[in-house]
Design a protein around this ligand. Structure first.
Ligand code: SAH
Length: 342
């Protein structure tokens, strides 16, 4: 049985033509799926016999809400979804002035091993399919009743470690016949997989690339981010500069301040140096305290920000949402896993 929702409109047209159907049926089915129908019977403008044939050949993915937490502070909603095979992933819905933003997962777990991150503790179980990423957008919108205008690929997983499914998902969610979310309303965050950054730049899409930098020197970075041992800071910045040259899009560098590790003034100076020649932007994140980790939040956030700004670097500080609902970085999935083990 084939997962129908992961198909592009073009592929869906071909699939329906192969069943002896006119091409316009492809678009009908595509639109139904992207609206979140969970059975072929809901596709009421299709002949009954076609619905039956489709049911014989194809499946429709639909995650179930395993848990849902709503922040009393700011209305942030966190979903723990159960996928078709019983695996669970997280999606967070944040309400900003500029629109409702979903933060979606790209893998079940993660194999990048960053020292401060809860998503990677138990490793990667499997990649998500394009449909499973799209479902996070569709079903979060349906369940919450809040129209979604922005997407960030910053949930569980490393998107560039699942490149094909992620790029397919981006094409799907961008489709005018579906969710129609513009590339400029989408951010993709990577820990710094250089070949993936280069592949992405070839696509020339107008999405926002976020790079989780967290340290501008290999000594520190390789300690907290194993990916740095494969692709060092120098190589990473070369790829970032090339990305900017190719796409014209400003890159956002994520930087979670860790006490005594990456919060020294000389590191702020080094970041500024590395950014020369490109309109970079640094997003400082107060480190989320993960119980399993010995790394603690820095007390130098303001000083570090000032130091960066003294070099003319644009700095923002990430506002923390959903502080009362474990709304970050694989924490809810871990909690559910622990409870299941107990
Ligand atoms: N794998 C991708 C996307 C998922 S992580 C990436 O690495 O970018 C999303 C962001 O949260 C990344 O910038 C990541 O470094 C950051 N992050 C992970 N754990 C964190 C923590 N405990 N506190 C603050 N930020 C964290």
């Amino acid at each position: 049985m084939t997962d129908l929702k992961s198909m592009t409109l073009h592929e869906m047209r071909q699939a329906l033509q192969a069943l002896g159907q006119p091409a316009f049926r492809g678009k009908q089915v595509f639109t139904w799926l992207h609206r979140g129908v969970t059975s072929f019977d809901e596709m009421t403008d299709l002949p009954r016999s076609l619905r039956e044939t489709l049911r014989e050949h194809y499946t429709i993915t639909a995650p179930k809400v395993a848990r849902k937490q709503v922040s009393r502070i700011d209305g942030t909603i966190k979903y723990l979804w159960e996928l078709g095979d019983g695996n669970c992933i997280e999606t967070v819905l944040m309400q900003y002035h500029h629109g409702n933003t979903v933060c979606i997962s790209s893998q079940v777990g993660c194999r990048m091993g960053c020292a401060f991150c809860a998503s990677t503790i138990a490793g990667r179980v499997r990649d998500l399919t394009a449909a499973e990423m799209l479902d996070q957008v569709i079903f979060t919108q349906l369940d919450s009743g809040l129209p979604i205008s922005n997407i960030v690929l910053m949930g569980i997983g490393e998107p560039l470690d699942n490149f094909d499914a992620v790029s397919r998902f981006l094409e799907l969610v961008n489709a005018p016949e579906g969710m129609n979310i513009g590339m400029r309303h989408i951010s993709l965050s990577t820990c710094g997989l250089v070949p993936g950054i280069r592949r992405l730049s070839e696509l020339g899409w107008q999405l926002t690339l976020s790079v989780s930098l967290h340290a501008p020197d290999d000594q520190t970075r390789s300690r907290i981010m194993p990916v740095d041992r494969a692709y060092g800071v120098e190589e990473l910045f070369q790829a970032c500069h090339a990305y900017f040259q190719k796409t014209g899009r400003r890159i956002s560098f994520e930087y979670a301040l860790i006490d005594g590790v990456n919060d020294h003034d000389w590191q702020a100076d080094l970041i500024a140096k590395k950014l020369k020649g490109m309109p970079g932007h640094v997003n400082l994140i107060p480190l989320n305290d993960v119980v399993e980790s010995p790394l603690k939040p820095s007390k130098r956030l303001l000083a570090f920000q000032r130091r960066l700004e003294s070099h003319g670097v644009t700095v923002t500080v990430r506002r923390s949402l959903g502080g009362d609902i474990d709304a970050s970085c694989g924490q809810l999935r871990r909690k559910a896993m622990e409870e299941a083990e107990a």
